[in-house]
Ligand binder design. Structure first.
Ligand code: HEM
Ligand code: HEM
Length: 208
């Protein structure tokens, strides 16, 4: 029988450094947007670099860092959500199936944010993109605040950059809600686990 002092190492140091560096870089990118452009772009590139590292580490990393350890199919994920609604979902030692979906959603949305930001920062980088279909182009062709009409595609990409950034804020709110909920349900401080790397040892019924 596990006692309160039995713990198991779950998050390796690189996952933890990745997580808290990502939180810091994302916060800086968010706070400096349209205020302090050079810092905004540096923070955004750091986010992009961290994601590239995490994708690599999801393939090569330690056990609980690997995508194959925590990504489950749609059926398992749906069952997990249904069990959660009924208050009888299992405790997972690694990421639970809902958390796994959230991680993929955050990594994709952050990639989209960083990529569109990179495109705006120098319009020459947009040269390889196809022209917008006329219906989208005309919807975007209103004069901007400086009375200029140019750059429909640029405007559309700026719009997309903000949509990604705002979507990310929503995902972070859901992420924090999920972390708080799972912490309460399984009486375990998950935020602390992302600092120390350790969680309560598996008990009967837990999914390892
Ligand atoms: C202070 C606020 C935050 C806290 C307390 C927090 C906490 C956590 C915890 C506890 C986990 C592990 C979840 C689990 O046990 O399965 C996690 C994972 C994760 N969080 Fe956060 N988080 C915060 C903010 C953020 C922000 C702002 C982002 C994105 C910009 C983010 C992105 C992620 C990602 C990508 C993972 C997956 C970690 C991995 O396996 O590499 N988090 N977070
Ligand atoms: C990945 C994290 C990022 C986040 C959360 C983010 C967020 C934002 C937000 C919210 C805005 C809108 C500001 C406003 O008009 O009120 C913005 C604008 C902008 N961002 Fe980002 N961004 C990120 C990455 C990047 C990167 C990597 C670059 C370029 C290298 C970049 C370049 C720009 C530019 C050029 C603008 C336009 C500023 C303007 O409206 O004149 N961003 N960003």
């Amino acid at each position: 029988m596990a006692t309160m002092t039995d713990t198991v190492r779950v998050w390796d140091p690189l996952v933890r450094i990745f997580h808290w560096a990502l939180v810091a870089a994302f916060a800086i990118a968010w706070l400096t947007a349209d205020e302090l452009q050079p810092l905004h772009e540096i923070a955004g590139y750091i986010v992009a670099g961290l994601i590239a590292f995490r994708v690599l580490w999801g393939v090569l990393g330690t056990r609980y860092a690997r995508f194959t350890q925590f990504l489950r199919g749609p059926a398992t994920t749906a069952r997990y959500l249904s069990e959660t609604l009924h208050g009888r979902e299992a405790r997972y030692i690694g990421h639970n199936p809902a958390g796994a979906v959230m991680i993929v959603a955050m990594l994709l949305t952050l990639s989209g944010t960083a990529f569109t930001g990179w495109l705006i920062a120098d319009p020459a980088r947009q040269a390889f993109l196809p022209d917008l279909p006329p219906i989208v182009a005309s919807a975007q062709a209103d004069e901007d605040e400086y009375g200029e009409r140019g750059g429909e595609r640029e405007d559309a990409i700026e719009e997309l950059h903000e949509v990604f950034a705002n979507l990310m804020l929503l995902l972070v709110a859901l992420h924090l809600g999920g972390v708080a909920f799972a912490s309460l349900r399984h009486r375990e401080n998950l935020a602390r686990a992302m600092v120390t790397g350790s969680k309560r040892a598996p008990e009967p019924g837990d999914v390892d």
